[in-house]
Design a protein around this ligand. Sequence first.
Ligand SMILES: C[S@@+](CC[C@H](N)C(=O)[O-])C[C@H]1O[C@@H](n2cnc3c(N)ncnc32)[C@H](O)[C@@H]1O
Length: 249
Amino acid sequence: MSERDARAMSFGAATGEYERARPGYPDEIVDAVLAGGPSDVLDLGAGTGKLTRALAARGLRVSAVDPDPAMLAALAERSPDIPVAEGTAESIPFPDASFDLVTVAQAWHWVDAPRAFAEVARVLRPGGALALVWNERDERDEWNRRFGEIAERSGAEVYLDAPVEFAVPFADPVTTWVDWTRELSLEQLLDLVRSRSAWLVRDADGRAEMERGIGELLDERVESRDAVSSAVDRWVMPMRTVAFVARRD
Ligand SMILES: C[S@@+](CC[C@H](N)C(=O)[O-])C[C@H]1O[C@@H](n2cnc3c(N)ncnc32)[C@H](O)[C@@H]1O
């Protein structure tokens, strides 16, 4: 298995950490994703269901697909009413024209995009939409930048350095950015490190080194009181979330 494939399939080993430490998506982003008024939605690369649950809470018929049975089991445990199926963006286990909207949150950077665009177009009805969504740490913040140096920037963060390209039959995506902050307890901060592919694919020594570096950064942040919020046991992390929504011709 290539390093990239190993990373793409690494998350199921840490569903607990993932669920505890990964953020959900701001309401404004869910609004942007649902702007076309869909009824039948597929959340692709759904993982433990962070976006799936927000979509289902809006009263839509939502199905979830992911290649990793451990991630789907975590989703089903929390949301037994949401139908789940194993599959990939390159091979979606649904008939043609099944959905009005396909969402892919924090996962498109792992797919083979040319094959995935064609496969998503197949399961969408004419006029349906593909929404690609990502959370990233806002690296304009100095602590976030240093966190990224130690814990590595995520696959998503590296991917978003370049423009996100859409292919036929998708065109002219509507782009929505939302800036926000999240507060993490120190346990959540470590869970966040341990839910990321850069940690998951390392050996024990590599993992310990990364955790040591984060511990040192944390000590430094707690000591430099001007730079820290009044609660020294919380890490306030500036975040940015983006949604690209493109209609199928
Ligand atoms: C970082 S998680 C994101 C999960 C969820 N969408 C969220 O927002 O939390 C990436 C997910 O992509 C899935 N994945 C990896 N390769 C994929 C592929 N080729 N097609 C669809 N999903 C894939 C992984 O199994 C994992 O659940």
